[in-house]
Design a protein around this ligand. Sequence first.
Ligand SMILES: Nc1c(NC[C@H](O)[C@H](O)[C@H](O)CO)[nH]c(=O)[nH]c1=O
Ligand SMILES: CC(=O)[C@@H](O)COP(=O)(O)O
Length: 157
Amino acid sequence: MKQIQVLEGKVVAPEGMKVGIVASRFNEIIVSKLLGGAVDGLVRHGVEEENITAAWVPGAFEIPVVAAKMARSGKYDAVICVGAVIRGDTTHYDYVCNEVSKGVAQVGLSAGIPVLFGVITTENIEQAVARAGSKAGNKGYDCALSAIEMVNLLGQM
Ligand SMILES: Nc1c(NC[C@H](O)[C@H](O)[C@H](O)CO)[nH]c(=O)[nH]c1=O
Ligand SMILES: CC(=O)[C@@H](O)COP(=O)(O)O
């Protein structure tokens, strides 16, 4: 039987890979850990520190517009979005989460480059802490590795 062709991106950064990161300052104690995890993951897998640019925005709701600016600039091979949306007493959480996730996904589709969703959306601070470098890992680190894999995969297509 003939072999099928399988495409898969390696998690080793291509030479000169440039990455933009958009980080939201709301819940900064959490998001700074996500940002650090993303940078750590990128550097450990071959991205040069000077090829990483981070931009801070006030809250997660402002992430998509800056992610779009980065993605459309032609300066970056991938964009990583990190933030922490933690449910409060009103339905505001739902609106923020919905718009950020839809907005980030749309940025990637329209720009045609990997735009990673590293915005954690949790019911409480404990869940956020667990996903920002403790028992549930670091979502920023995870996004870094996925960004490298996606750049390599798209580069084969
Ligand atoms: N409650 C959280 C917010 N709220 C702020 C919004 O993201 C936005 O900045 C504001 O509505 C002005 O447009 N943002 C988070 O990132 N995390 C939250 O838990
Ligand atoms: C996710 C939010 O916007 C939320 O933290 C805001 O809190 P509240 O719903 O109590 O106003």
